[in-house]
Write a protein that binds this ligand. Structure first.
Ligand code: HEM
Length: 360
């Protein structure tokens, strides 16, 4: 599958960075999010821009941020004038937009090998079409989890590379050996690029925790867990255990030369029967994007930015990630930054940074 699609993915990456210019300040988070959104729209959903424009992306983002906003969660009761009521109204509007898209696609025959076509071809046991209202939630959720997680992972990977110049130099050396447009097959063989991505997903996993509802009585270590218990487990905390990963807050791709964690010790894509279905696609997009961007662009976080975490569907930066662009010249320096990202990543700082909030 990656063979067929890597050209389309590369075209989306090239289009996303086409407006970039040296000296510009941009919101990297937004740029890479839109890039991945376009890949998902095109490859996973078989939709072109006329069917799903950028304003659908805005609606999806708006709804997602409302869903996770503390003011909505604090009082989840459907009463007039509450933030919760507003969120439900926006959810209904978004659902309607998506239903229209699905209806048009089904009317056009729902042919194709993409995930939306597969969903639309579902039939009931007696051979009837499944009503769109029953699958619209699945279709929307899959779209959201696919671009949110991948966009955030790409964002964090580029962020870490910009804050760790030594790692970036090593990666640039490795990429230089491949020429200007390496294929995915070539990239997938690169040991350092693979370690960089593994380490980025260890340190800042886009999915920091997951939940389960137990279907029967059981035990977990010394704990008895009755049926219907909500269990939360943290990918993030597991990835930051010093007994598994010495100096866990350090971004150190070289550690992967020697460690071989078990699936329960390293689980950016989950583990067991509910393992992520999109891990290959996600890694393909991220590796192609890093390999395209890094040799061409030097990305620096705007000095003295506050980089705070924000949990939506997945872990991203609060309010975006402001960066300054320059042509790649390999004269690399980390930017002084503040924010609670520094509780999660051990970043060497040139000196104490002034706390400035940057609107992105
Ligand atoms: C770097 C990007 C991604 C990360 C970090 C990620 C992470 C995860 C994790 C941790 C789970 C398991 C959640 C749990 O155990 O409760 C999961 C499940 C899932 N992911 Fe991803 N994901 C990524 C990209 C994608 C993409 C691109 C797609 C779509 C093609 C996708 C589709 C899914 C689906 C359908 C499931 C549910 C599987 C099931 O329950 O059977 N993911 N993902």
């Amino acid at each position: 599958m990656m063979n067929v699609h890597q050209f389309a993915i590369r075209a989306h990456i090239q289009r996303a960075v086409a407006p970039w210019a040296a000296g510009q300040v941009r919101d990297l988070h937004r740029d890479v999010h839109l890039m991945v959104w376009n890949v998902v729209r095109d490859l996973l959903y078989g939709l072109d821009e006329s069917a799903a424009s950028e304003s659908l992306h805005e609606d999806m983002e708006h709804w997602m941020f409302q869903t996770f906003a503390p003011r909505v969660r604090a009082f989840p009761v459907n009463l007039p004038f509450t933030p919760y009521r507003r969120m439900l109204k926006d959810a209904a509007k978004l659902e309607q937009r998506f239903l229209d898209i699905m209806r048009a696609r089904r009317a056009a025959g729902a042919s194709g090998t993409d995930a939306l076509a597969a969903l639309l071809r579902f039939t009931t046991r007696d051979g009837q079409e499944v009503p769109l209202e029953e699958i619209v939630g699945h279709a929307l959720t899959l779209f959201l989890v696919a671009y949110e997680t991948t966009g955030n992972t790409l964002n964090w990977t580029l962020f870490l590379l910009s804050q760790f110049p030594g790692v970036q130099q090593n990666l640039l050396d490795e990429l230089a050996a491949l020429g200007s447009n390496p294929s995915y097959e070539e990239l997938d063989q690169l040991p350092y690029l693979t370690r960089v991505l593994k380490e980025s997903m260890r340190l800042l996993p886009a999915v920091p925790y997951s939940r389960r509802l137990t279907s029967r009585d059981g035990t977990l270590g010394k704990y008895a867990i009755p049926k219907k218990t909500r269990v939360i487990f943290s990918h993030y905390m597991t990835h930051h255990m010093p007994e598994l990963y010495p100096n866990p807050e350090r971004f150190d791709p070289a550690r992967w030369e020697t460690i071989r964690p078990t699936p329960a010790e390293y689980l950016p894509f989950g583990a067991g029967p509910r393992t992520c279905l999109g891990s290959s696609l996600a890694q393909c997009i991220i590796k192609l994007a890093v390999a395209h961007i890094l040799p061409r662009w030097k990305i620096n976080v705007v000095p003295n930015s506050v980089v705070d975490r924000h949990m939506g569907i997945s872990l991203g930066p609060r309010g975006g990630l402001p960066v300054v662009l320059a042509a790649q010249d390999r004269d690399l320096h980390a930017s002084p930054i503040t924010g609670n990202i520094r509780d999660m990543v051990d970043i060497d700082q040139p000196g104490p940074a002034e706390r400035v909030r940057v609107a992105a």
